[in-house]
Design a protein around this ligand. Structure first.
Ligand code: ADP
Length: 550
């Protein structure tokens, strides 16, 4: 018979993170940029006090244990207070992505059966329009002061600051079971309806340990973090929790994710660490390049930047290093994996390697961090070797990977061995580095072989005249599908299709070369800033490739 250990069985709780941060990092600042351009300076002690006040106010909004509370909100200290108060009392914070289509927002609010919506003032009009379709929402709370209260035609409309003001600033957080649900996010549903992923206190805490670990994202008390990933996008990749765990300073940019504002915050707040999707960084570099003469790049303290959500192009990794001296940490994951699953940190064998080889390592999606098992499977469900060439579907399992979608009668989302199929196609090299080559639905199948749209896009954005690039498969009578390259040029730059193809021919296999190049002014993106390939495929479905003579 096994012998049980004699250690304390204390739950891993989100309230514990906040109490720790308030006790040991109370003076560490939380800087927010609020509606209307107001800057507010709070700290972990104040966040804990105000989260306590909010916790006291929640019963007056009929929020009880297990109830879902929605937010339509930007990155601010109020949103952070909601993260802690709602989860702390045993309710569930449902962060809704306001960039989704209105019908999807209504669907999500109804599906989650949210009783209350806390919203930033930008979303008041949207909610007025949606309110008649919302079946469960009974109360609305505007995230503002009483003097900012908008005149909106919403039932039971409350003011956030008025709710908090009369409440005591100490709260006895309940000793919940650590498996209790704490927050939820819906996948953006580029195909089909969005699906709800329900995180627990335990999964959130374990994920936070992973983020703070040196070979995770190495977040620590010396960091000043510019949170340029929205708090409605997979819990801002777990940073609001992990920052409390280690006592990092947080800079919350509100709705302003433009290059000029990000740059200004980085300088003013001495940011050492930031994270975001590639499109955010494109706008930062656009600003830096356009204002190179006036900017003193030496005034930046930025050291590490996490790029995820889409593949980090090698050219971006190089630019961060060469222009700003910043080390890019590529990370891969998804809503269903909390999200951090693999991280591209260096191994002992990479110490002292030349920069170009190092960039190659960073351009991969990285290695599994402890807590997430990652494996590649072939078409017949067989496990493929980590040989750097066997391409298949990535499956994952671990304590911060989902087991089933919220309210999904189908039950488990896992196979018999507990693996979750990610829909990402990849290979793993002998060192364990994952290289994502595509989403399974975006793979280009040409003459029985697969062409990686991600590799082609990354190569194309390396060209100095290219702002953004997308590659999709277009029907071809002989080859089944062939790649089409769709490009946005940088302002005031010119390049011809022939020049681009010549550039690519030095970087990818010859048979991968796109058959045609099309220039556009805009590319469609999902609500989380990814290329919306479904829309592109629809737009170019009748495109006749010049190589297709049929
Ligand atoms: P959505 O944006 O669709 O709501 P997620 O944020 O969960 O959903 O997106 C997860 C997907 O994003 C992954 O399955 C993968 O395809 C893609 N992704 C995330 N990080 C990376 C990365 N570093 N490189 C390539 N693809 C990535």
């Amino acid at each position: 018979m096994s012998l049980l250990g004699l250690m304390q069985k204390r739950s891993l709780l989100i309230s514990g993170l906040l109490t720790h941060a308030a006790t040991y990092h109370g003076d560490v600042e939380i800087v927010s940029h609020l509606y209307g351009g107001e800057e507010r300076r709070s700290n972990w002690r104040t966040v804990a006090k105000r989260a306590s006040q909010l916790a006291h106010a929640l019963p007056s909004l009929d929020v009880g244990e297990g109830d879902r509370v929605a937010t339509l909100a930007w990155n601010t200290d109020r949103h952070l207070e909601l993260y802690y108060a709602v989860a702390g009392v045993g309710s569930v914070l449902h962060t809704v992505n306001p960039r989704l289509f209105p019908e999807q927002i209504a669907y999500i609010l109804n599906h989650a059966a949210d009783g209350v919506v806390f919203f930033d003032l930008d979303f008041g009009d949207l909610l007025v329009k949606l309110a008649p379709q919302l079946t469960s929402v009974k109360k609305y709370v505007a995230l503002c002061r009483p003097d900012q209260m908008p005149a909106l035609d919403l039932p039971n409309l409350h003011c956030y600051e008025s709710l908090l003001a009369p409440q005591p600033d100490q709260y006895e957080w309940p000793a919940l079971d650590e498996e209790t649900a704490s927050s939820m996010c819906y996948t953006s549903g580029t195909t089909g309806n969005p699906k709800g992923v329900l995180y627990s206190h335990r999964s959130t805490l374990l994920h936070s340990f992973g983020i703070c670990a040196t070979d995770g994202l190495a977040l620590c008390a010396r960091d000043s973090v510019l949170l340029s990933v929205p708090m409605f996008h997979v819990n801002a990749w777990g940073i609001p929790y992990a920052s409390a765990m280690c006592g990092a300073k947080l800079v919350l940019p509100g709705s302003g994710l433009t290059g000029d504002r990000l740059y200004a915050h980085m300088v003013k707040e001495g940011c050492t660490f930031s994270l975001g999707v590639p499109t955010v960084w494109l706008s930062l570099f656009q600003y830096i390049e356009q204002n190179a003469k006036q900017l003193d790049l030496q005034s930046l303290k930025l050291k590490r930047v996490v790029v995820g959500g889409s593949a980090a192009p090698r050219a971006m990794i190089e630019k961060f290093e060469n222009l700003l001296g910043v080390f890019v940490i590529q990370a891969w994951g998804m809503t269903e994996t909390s999200p951090v699953a693999t991280v591209a940190n260096l191994l002992p064998k990479h110490q002292g390697i030349d920069l170009q080889t190092r960039f190659d390592v960073q351009a991969r999606q990285g290695r599994a961090i402890f807590g997430v098992e990652v494996a590649v499977f072939g078409a017949e469900g067989q496990r493929l070797p980590h040989d750097g060439q066997s391409v298949g579907e990535i499956r994952v399992r671990g304590p911060w990977v989902l087991s089933g979608y919220f309210g999904n009668e189908a039950g488990s989302a896992l196979d018999a061995q507990g693996w979750f199929s990610t829909g990402d196609v990849a290979y793993i090299d002998p060192d364990g580095f994952v290289q994502i080559t595509d989403r399974s639905k975006d793979v280009i199948k040409s003459g029985g072989e697969w062409i990686s749209s991600i590799d082609l896009e990354n190569a194309a954005v390396g060209h100095p005249s290219v702002q953004e690039a997308a590659v999709i498969g277009v029907a071809h009578s002989k080859w089944q599908e062939r790649p089409l390259l769709i490009v946005i040029k940088k302002p005031n730059q010119d390049v011809t299709p022939e020049e681009l193809l010549a550039y690519l021919s030095e970087r990818v296999a010859r048979w991968w070369l796109p058959d045609d190049v099309v220039f556009v002014d805009e590319l469609p993106h999902t609500a989380t800033g990814k290329l919306l390939k479904t829309k592109l495929r629809e737009r170019f479905k009748d495109f006749k490739l010049s190589t297709d003579k049929a």
